[in-house]
Design a protein around this ligand. Structure first.
Ligand SMILES: [Ca+2]
Length: 463
């Protein structure tokens, strides 16, 4: 009996002390920031001293992947913790059926898997799970999981929400539909609001979850005049105006991250806050592929340049400063990781990612062996002369060493040895058919297991 009381007393103590230790969480999601954009990743033009310092104070994952090479499906995967076939969010827009242009649906061999317009409310999002665990939750930036002003962040677990994703100046802010003044930079505004939110949470002694999905460095290329002037002077005529603008936007992002980190110190919560920084997809196409370095291609593609992103995490006392990890990690891993740090229940019934806390805290260097998958039924750039799509349905498996890309429309595949050819220069599918077969079988098994939309012939297809 005494023993039982003692155990009860100890477990009460543990649960109280555990609750007291719930860290604050700041999750910063950059937009279209490629794996080569930070100066610490070798970019010769961009200046990101604060993000570089952030990396030095925490852990950097050197092989991080986005769940998709475009915004909306990547964000859906992060917020739900699930692969695309579960949320049915595959595309930002249907490029085969653009408003004011001919409907090219019948130039596609298959019935196009329907694209969900928004993240279904049945999803228990990261914010909802953290809210259930006692957090106050704030969203400041680009949500992109809504439709026509419906299903904004306040419908998915955010107590406070400022949403905007069209412009960097004179931006419209949802939910209140306020339009910011011409001279207000939306990245700065979102940081102001996040600082207000965190200050209030600290005053109330409530753990906070701050989600900062900046619209930076997404186009349109709109930057602050002083930042443009700085890079104009520094880069002179060696680079085009887009490069100068993007360097200025990247600086604005870096400056805002610095403001967030300074605020945590000023509020006295720096030691009890987990901060994660990543991007929703690779950088867009630019001169010298400056955002993605030597990685093949850019945003919108399933080569590494479209999918690889920076991934940094910082938590003083818990994550070793200056550490790196080369495991493959992905957007879907963020959900279970945040829940582990928050000691929160996994609200979502099915989660496809892995908890990265053991890697971040140095408990282990490796995850259990796994392959990563991408399911991307998207068609764009139809060539009337050849009657072929430049970009057609693509599915991908990456098992850590090898990557296979499947093109169902044309029944073709490509295979790359990422370990020895990280920039995907040589397709080895025909040289090593046994590797190709093994990977394709595994990819097809995954599609079946996750009930991915099947390749159903389009009865109206005409060549
Ligand atoms: Ca994006």
């Amino acid at each position: 009996m005494i023993k039982r009381i003692l155990i009860l007393a100890i477990s009460c103590f543990i649960s109280i002390s555990a609750a007291a230790k719930q860290p604050n969480i700041v999750f910063i999601l950059a937009d279209d920031l490629g794996a080569h954009t930070l100066s610490s990743d070798g970019n010769p033009i961009m200046e990101t001293p604060h993000l570089d310092k952030f990396a030095n104070e925490g852990m950097k994952f050197t092989r991080a992947y986005a769940n998709a090479s475009t915004c909306k499906p990547s964000r859906a995967a992060i917020m739900s913790g699930q692969y695309a076939p579960r949320t049915s969010i595959y595309r930002v827009v249907d490029r085969h059926k653009m408003k004011g242009k001919p409907d090219l649906s019948n130039s596609i061999k298959f019935k196009v898997p329907p694209n969900a317009s928004h993240l279904a409310l049945e999803n228990v999002t990261i914010a909802e799970s953290l809210k259930s665990a006692g957090y106050t939750t704030g969203h400041f930036g680009k949500w992109h999981l809504e439709q026509y002003k419906n299903y904004l962040p306040d419908t998915q677990g955010f107590d406070v929400s400022y949403e905007s994703h069209k412009a960097h100046f004179a931006a419209k802010i949802n939910v209140d539909q306020k339009i910011l003044a011409e001279d207000v930079y939306v990245g700065d505004y979102m940081t102001d609001k996040a600082i207000e939110f965190m200050s209030q949470a600290v005053a109330k002694k409530q753990p906070f979850f701050t989600y900062l999905p900046y619209f930076l460095i997404h186009k349109p290329t709109e930057s602050k005049a002083e930042d443009v002037a700085y890079f104009q002077k520094k880069l002179g005529n060696d680079y085009d105006q887009t490069t100068i603008q993007v360097a200025a936007m990247t600086k604005a992002l870096d400056d805002n991250v610095a403001r967030v980190l300074t605020t945590l110190k000023e509020l006295g919560v720096d030691d009890n806050t987990l901060v994660i920084f990543t991007s929703d997809n690779g950088g867009y196409k630019m001169q010298d592929n400056i955002l993605n370095g030597d990685l093949r291609t850019y945003k919108g593609e399933v080569y590494e340049g479209g999918l690889r992103v920076p991934f940094l995490a910082r938590y003083p006392g818990k994550i070793k400063p200056g550490s790196t990890n080369s495991e493959m990690v992905m957007g879907i891993d963020i959900y279970p990781t945040l829940m582990a740090f928050a000691q929160a229940q996994l609200g979502q019934k099915v989660l496809d990612g892995e908890n990265l806390m053991p890697l971040l805290t140095g408990k282990t260097q490796q995850l259990e062996q796994r392959a990563l998958y991408w399911f991307f039924p998207k068609w764009s750039q139809y060539k009337a002369v050849t009657k072929k799509w430049k970009n057609s349905w693509r599915n991908v498996i990456n098992d850590g060493q090898y990557k296979l890309i499947q093109y169902p429309d044309y029944k073709t595949i490509e295979v790359y040895d990422l370990q020895n050819d990280p920039n995907e220069k040589k397709d080895i599918a025909k040289i090593y058919p046994e590797i190709a077969q093994r990977l394709e079988k595994q990819l097809n098994q995954w599609k079946l297991a996750i009930s991915a939309h099947k390749e159903i012939p389009n009865p109206n297809y005409s060549e």
